[in-house]
Each structure stands twice: as structure tokens, then as C-alpha cells.
Design a protein around this ligand. Sequence first.
Ligand SMILES: O=c1[nH]cnc2c1ncn2[C@H]1C[C@H](O)[C@@H](CO)O1
Ligand SMILES: [Zn+2]
Length: 358
Amino acid sequence: MVAIRYEDIVKVPKALLHDHLDGGLRPATIVELAAEVGHELPTTDPEGLGRWFVEAANSGSLERYLETFAHTVAVMQTAPALRRVARECALDLAADGVVYAEVRFAPEQHLERNLTLDEVVDAVVAGFAEGSALAAEAGTPIRVGTLLTAMRHAARSQEIAELAVRHRDTGVVGFDIAGAEAGFPPTRHLDAFEYLQRENFHFTIHAGEAFGLPSIWQAIQWCGADRLGHGVRIVDDITPGPPPVLGRLAAYVRDKRIPLELCPSSNVQTGAAPSIAEHPIGLLRDLRFRVTVNTDNRLMSGTSMSREMALLVEAFGYGWKELQWFTINAMKSAFIPFDERLKIIDEVIKPAYAKLLG
Ligand SMILES: O=c1[nH]cnc2c1ncn2[C@H]1C[C@H](O)[C@@H](CO)O1
Ligand SMILES: [Zn+2]
């Protein structure tokens, strides 16, 4: 087999379902925006700041990992700043060969300078549109959908769910809850999820990352999540083989083709997986769960979609066949309408991989 080159991974179309807007800023942008608002940073050297985020996030605990977001959220409090960050996000993903991305953020964290929730969403959606237009001009077209996140320790999920539905025809394609998982079960937000189901809206839930099976079970069986943000701890319900034996919840997740938004590097940093080589993605792929590969927070992990794929190629010996499978899985699991997903699969993804597969 011909070795896979990193530059070819960058060129090939990729689909990304789990990426946080406030976890993907360019370090140089943080430095500039922080100077404008007088926010104090650990360092004002962009390269040093990039390293600081990765080191600080390398904490072994989700709670400590999340503390680093104080510095990104602090500089995302005005409409121009939000718009810029979203524009650069679309451009960076497109330059990395991502053709479809769902990017999430929590509007309730961007109200410190008196923006309304609707103004926050408008600014971000406008930034994604600008970035996508610039990316198309540069010959790297991308479609970006917005997911609105509610923070699971707070009590604004119903309000954020209504906000998402209000913006469903102008770029918001789904809803999510995020933040510390232990002690904040998905059912705290049951009203919001039931409301979204009545509205025929889509949502994913961060579950099975820092907390295990009960969180996944609630997300699916109580809340009705379409997808699992991480969901990596579903392996706790699989007895190692050979052959591996699936418990009832793991079997349900696989039978129903519930997409797992796996984020390898992020999981290693928060302690959800010991290393990339030992990441459950290997087992879950072998067992044909609906596995997708994601970045989570490009800044905190010093990563990109291409890098996550390259790490998997290195650790598991994957080839183009597997990378195509991850990509089509993601595209099938996207929150945009079925015909639009199919068009990207048939017209963009499959032809590009066909050339590489020979
Ligand atoms: O991996 C994660 N698990 C739980 N919460 C997360 C993760 N990555 C980011 N967040 C939080 C911190 C952000 O401020 C928030 C919205 O993007 O979501
Ligand atoms: Zn996440």
C-alpha cells in the first residue's frame, strides 16, 4: 500500500460535525482582540499562546481543560469580534480541506457587553457566510452550519433551544449541551429536548466523555439525541473479545446507527482515552458503529481535521478506504436536509476519494 501523505489528507474532502467556535480561534486573533478590550492573557506572543492553550488543556480532566476557554470567550463579546472569529473559522477549516462543518458555540457566554442572544447568533452566522464566500473565491468551497449550545450547568437551555429554532432558516441547523458532564445529567434539560422534538429540530448531546454509560443512556433514551457528542465511553458496555460482546445500550446505539462524534486528541487531553493508539475508535470502527472523526477544539488540541485523520492513519494503519468511510459517515449524520447531504457525498466526497482509491 502506498503511504498516505499529509498534504493529500489536507486536499481530500472532509466533513466535521463537532468543532467549537470558541475552541478554534487563531492565537494571533486572540492577542489582537484581547488588546482591544484590555483582557489579560498568559502571554501576548501568538506562538507562545498557542502552546500555552495546548499545555493548559493537557490536564487529564475535563473541568481543567474547560478553564482555558475563559481566554477565548473573553475576547468574543462584541458583534465584530464574533463575526471575525467565525469568518476565520470558516476560512481555516476550508483551507484544511473541510467541505462541510457544523460549528457550535454557546450564545449565553457572549452577553457580557450587552449583546442580545439574537445579535450574537446573527454575528456568528454572518461571519460564517463571509468566510464561506471568501473560501469559495479561494477555490476551497465549504458549507458551515451553526449549532447552538446551552451550558449544562446553567439554566438557559429552553431559551437557547427557542433561539436555535428561531434561526433555523438562516443558518442554525442544530442544538447541543456542553460543559462539565459529571453532576450535570442531560435530563436537567429535558424540557428543552422535548420542545425541540416537537419542533422537528435536530440535536446532539455531549455525553459519555467525562462521565459514562448513564449519561449516554439518558441522552438517547430520555432526551432523544440524534447524535452523541463524544459517546466514547460506550465501550464501557462492550466486553472485550474475542469476540467482543455488546451490552444492551451499546447494541442499541449500533443498531440505530446513532452517530458518535469522536474527538481523539481531545479525549487524550481530558483523560477519556489513554492515547491515540489505545483510543476506542479502533474497536468502534471494527464493530461498525457509526463513527465520525472530529476536532472538538482545534486551539486547545493544537489540531485540525487533517491532523486528527493523520494521527489515526499512523496509529491504526488506516487507508483512504477508512478515511472515506469516516467522511461519509459524518456527511450522512449531518443536520442539513437529506438531499443536500447526498449531493455533497455524490458530487464532492466520492469522486475525490475514487481518484485516490484508484
Ligand atoms: O469536549 C467538551 N466537552 C464539554 N464541553 C466542552 C467541550 N469542548 C468545549 N466545551 C464547552 C466549552 C465552550 O465554552 C462551550 C461552548 O462551545 O463548550
Ligand atoms: Zn465538544
